[in-house]
Design a protein around this ligand. Sequence first.
Ligand SMILES: C[S@@+](CC[C@H](N)C(=O)[O-])C[C@H]1O[C@@H](n2cnc3c(N)ncnc32)[C@H](O)[C@@H]1O
Length: 262
Amino acid sequence: MKHLFLLKQYLSYRLKAKTAHGIHSPFVYDFIETVLKDQRTFYAFDEIKSLREELLQDATLINVEDLGAGSLHGSVKQRSIIDIAKNAGRNEKFGKLLFRIVEKYQCKNMLELGTSLGIGTSYIASAAKNGQVITIEGSNEIADKAAETFETLSLNNIRQLKGNFDDVLSPILQQNPPFDLIMIDGNHREEATIKYFNEIMPFIKDDTLLIFDDIHWSRGMHKAWQTIHLDQRVRLSIDLFFFGLIFYRKDFKEKQHFTLKY
Ligand SMILES: C[S@@+](CC[C@H](N)C(=O)[O-])C[C@H]1O[C@@H](n2cnc3c(N)ncnc32)[C@H](O)[C@@H]1O
């Protein structure tokens, strides 16, 4: 049933998705040409790719506290690293896109909700070696495994926090200057996603970029994305099917939404 929903959403996305042709917003045109179409390769890409491949071979079992969507709160089960990397690890295409976004918009102060094994975090952190990423993970042993990832890749600009977003997000927002980038990639439920969005709102600055992952993954996430991108405070939203990008810049006078081919 869930697969059918996703398939329908994907077909509808493909019908709506635009290329740079006919895009009148200079900002979005530039985003397509210099970020989406950028084919450059960076040293970090190969390193992260081989690490991901290693994780996909790692049959070690770890205890996982399941805090996210579709789970019983507080339940613990054993999962292999292979299974976690397969199901929750950032894929290469969108990992590289994250890297390019960070590089393009010169993000320095970044926050990620949902570390998992640290693949997505590694793309973000590698793109801004003189910046810092705070990443939050509620599952203890997964976070420990991510720490190994960061050590292997010699990434020392990552600060890991263990805890439930429901407890950790608010103090982090209060204790830090407004973030340049916030990646929301965990607890993919309608209510929780809208709650995090509303919690983040008072702490953004003009050029904060929010990225929501898996915006069409379920009916609930699809509804959350509609609520978020239609919010009057949002000036520009971009739907890339898996990622939803939210910009606030006040210099975008007219509220605009784009579904872009990627
Ligand atoms: C999809 S994975 C993150 C993938 C990762 N960002 C990447 O790009 O490779 C989501 C992670 O969020 C964590 N998570 C889900 N709900 C959470 C919550 N309420 N508090 C803390 N962590 C949570 C899960 O344990 C899981 O590891």
